[in-house]
Design a protein around this ligand. Structure first.
Ligand code: AMP
Length: 297
């Protein structure tokens, strides 16, 4: 695996593969790799001839300086894990390579970026995500880019921008990888104390409770949200939102008459965690299923 730092190096590394017609896969990450990231990489390895992993802690998507400062960073470990998972290229640019002096363009997605994370973290969060993802796609020009359903709203924002800007890339999504007890893997989990980690289990338990209630026939969205919130409260989590919404548009619902997306954001101490799950009677295909990971080529 080669570690590259500049866009020029990345372009010249990929040019021969591209002219041979090789399929290039991109897995964008902020590092602190865990099995969730490795699932994206494995999928890319299985589907592409050349796999690029990017490692860039994007300052423009962090609202709080403290969150950015303490974001876990260990490039040597990430490089080992990425190489073991079969990556061909680790693209780890410095901030000045991505945002050189005079940088003045941002990508803003309206609609799906606005509620939930957009409300809690502010419009600058998804503006930062959309801008850096657009840049990484333009730098790498992959055939396929891989994203986790763990960040469900981010996935919708990225699908929207790829479609709206006619970017010639297929967006593939990968199911959330969890610990055996249900906690979704996240780079932020390592900031949790033992006691906080126990409390964090309230999040997957709340998702499971709502899913069970829906499976048992509960159709009131209010009742399902309330039962999830109760579990979060029992675990002494500071709830930011519990929202059971349309899985494609994130529009609020009142009745569960098709699959819906239950999203949770909660704080344990000063660590903010998010998770989500599809809840409902089934049947409807959603943007969160890979079968409809529509090619925009
Ligand atoms: P991050 O480094 O947190 O920006 O995440 C990089 C990519 O990994 C994003 O597409 C995330 O959605 C995905 N990801 C993060 N955690 C998980 C997980 N537990 N399971 C699957 N994908 C994940």
């Amino acid at each position: 695996m080669r570690t590259l730092r500049t866009v020029a190096e990345l372009r010249s590394e990929l040019a021969p593969a591209r002219s041979r017609g090789s399929k290039i896969g991109l897995v964008p990450t902020m590092g602190a790799l865990h099995d969730g990231h490795l699932a994206l990489l494995e999928r890319a390895r299985g589907e592409c001839d050349v796999v690029v992993v990017s490692l860039f802690v994007n300052p423009s998507q962090f609202g709080e300086q403290a969150d950015l400062d303490r974001y876990p960073r260990d490039e040597a470990r990430d490089a080992r894990l990425a190489a073991d998972a079969g990556a061909d290229v680790l693209f780890a640019p410095a901030a000045a390579e991505v945002y050189p002096d005079g940088f003045g363009t941002t990508v803003e997605v309206t609609g799906v970026s606005e509620p939930l994370e957009g409300e809690r973290r502010g419009a600058s969060h998804f503006r930062g995500v959309a801008t850096v993802v657009t840049k990484l796609l333009c730098m790498t020009l992959p055939d396929v880019a891989y994203f986790g359903r763990k960040d469900a709203q981010q996935l919708l924002v990225i699908r929207r921008l790829v479609s709206d800007l006619n970017l010639p890339v297929r967006i593939a999504s990968v199911a959330t990888v969890r610990e055996p007890d249900g906690l979704a893997l996240s780079s932020r989990n390592r900031l949790l104390s033992g006691e906080q980690r126990e409390r964090a289990l309230g999040i997957p338990r709340a998702l499971a409770r709502a899913r069970e209630r829906a499976a048992a026939g509960e159709r009131s969205v209010g009742a399902l949200q309330d039962c999830a919130r109760e579990v979060l409260d029992d675990h002494l989590l500071e709830v930011e939102y519990v929202a059971l919404v349309d899985p494609d548009s994130l529009a609020p619902l009142t009745e569960l008459d098709a699959d819906a997306l239950l999203l949770i954001a909660a704080r344990v101490g000063d660590v903010r965690l998010i998770d989500n799950q599809i809840v409902g009677p089934g049947a409807r295909q959603s943007i969160h299923e890979d079968e409809v990971a529509t090619a925009v080529r």
